[in-house]
Design a protein around this ligand. Structure first.
Ligand SMILES: Nc1nc2c(ncn2[C@@H]2O[C@H](COP(=O)(O)OP(=O)(O)O)[C@@H](O)[C@H]2O)c(=O)[nH]1
Ligand SMILES: [Mg+2]
Length: 330
């Protein structure tokens, strides 16, 4: 039986094993990704990001329950901040997601961030691809929205939720404009707490700063003429949804918004366009790597190191070094 067969049949042990290999970037993991590639591209990747304590895990739990009610198979990737003391992932998330345990059509995977952010985005992409190939309809990725790395991970997603909550300090300091820019849906969670109106108001004004073009699109009818893919991307109006994750209030509406966004991506052609961009970037990175390897293998013995020494000794600039190497290879 092939690996794909085992995954498709819902063999959770096989799935867990493949995920570990992909996370550790082992040869087996890379081979699995190759084998599974043809079966990817169907799952809806939903990113959930925001400051710690805003209620992301609680919300993900509730969202997963909503998607399960609609019979979707749900995978959750929880990327936990690495604890400076133990080097391990924080366990709280897994505990809070226990409502879903025992459901055969839900798979929760916690990943430690390990501080390697560039690599983490790639690993997360690989893990999401495995879930995709294994037939999970929705893959929810929870990240702490703190830095550029998290923004990158959120960019993997088709639909990105940015979660905010009142009471994390005066105004919305916890959130950064850079993170707002990647939001497809803004969630004001903890709507049961005082200060929710102020939080929403602050968010709304930040939203207008972050999305000036989409505001124009919404406010000036003559600009609504959509003639290119870039304008289409802007044509999705970012909305604010209030939730109380601990009670599940507003989560049905949020799940509906997420489905609408997927439908919008398909209808606008953006779903395919994103896939194209990702695959093009992957292929050119691979191509570059193998061309460089091939080129270096064709150089006379020791030539590369010799030129590098000259660069380090400031006798050659990097550009001159490359010109020299290319001359010698030809
Ligand atoms: N009052 C209130 N508390 C909430 C709500 N959602 C989550 N919490 C609580 O906020 C804390 C942090 O939640 P968690 O989901 O772990 O947040 P995360 O760090 O963003 O994943 C927990 O104690 C939750 O029970 C909510 O809507 N209202
Ligand atoms: Mg969490």
């Amino acid at each position: 039986m092939t690996l794909l067969d085992s995954l498709r049949r819902g063999d959770r042990l096989a799935l867990a094993r493949v995920l570990t290999h992909v996370e550790n970037d082992t040869p087996e993991g890379r081979a699995a990704l190759q084998e599974l590639f043809r079966q990817t591209g169907r799952a809806h990747l939903v990113g959930v990001t925001g400051a710690p304590g805003t209620g992301k895990s609680s919300l993900v739990n509730q969202l997963a329950l909503q998607f399960r009610m609609a019979k979707a198979r749900v995978a959750i990737i929880a990327i936990d901040p690495t604890s400076p003391f133990t080097g391990g992932a924080v366990l709280g998330d897994r505990v809070r997601m226990k409502d879903l345990s025992g459901d055969e059509d839900v798979f929760i995977r916690s990943m430690a961030s390990r501080g390697a952010l560039g690599g983490l985005a790639r690993t997360t992409s690989g893990v999401a691809q495995v879930f995709d190939a294994a037939g999970y309809d929705t893959v929810i990725i929870e990240t702490v929205g703190a830095g550029q790395g998290e923004v990158e991970i959120a960019r993997l997603a088709h639909t990105t939720l940015v979660v905010e909550a009142p009471g994390l300090g005066d105004d919305i300091q916890a959130i950064k404009a850079g993170i707002l820019e990647i939001a497809d849906v803004l969630v004001v969670n903890k709507a049961d707490l005082p200060g929710v109106d102020n939080a929403e108001k602050a968010l709304r004004s930040m939203l207008e700063l972050a999305h000036p073009r989409s505001r124009e699109l919404l406010h000036h009818s003559e600009l609504l003429k959509i003639d290119g893919p870039e304008q289409m991307e802007e044509a999705w109006p970012v909305t604010i949804v209030r939730t109380v994750a601990t009670r599940g209030d507003g989560v049905e509406g949020l799940a509906q918004k997420i489905r609408e966004h997927a439908a919008y991506l398909h209808a606008s052609g953006n779903w395919t366009r994103r896939e194209e961009e990702r695959v093009t970037a992957d292929v050119s990175a691979l191509l570059e790597n193998s061309l460089v390897a091939q080129f270096r293998a064709g150089l006379p013995e020791g030539r590369y190191n010799e030129v590098m020494r000259q660069v380090l000794g400031k006798q050659l600039s990097p550009k001159e070094a490359v010109a020299l190497l290319i001359d010698h290879a030809g």
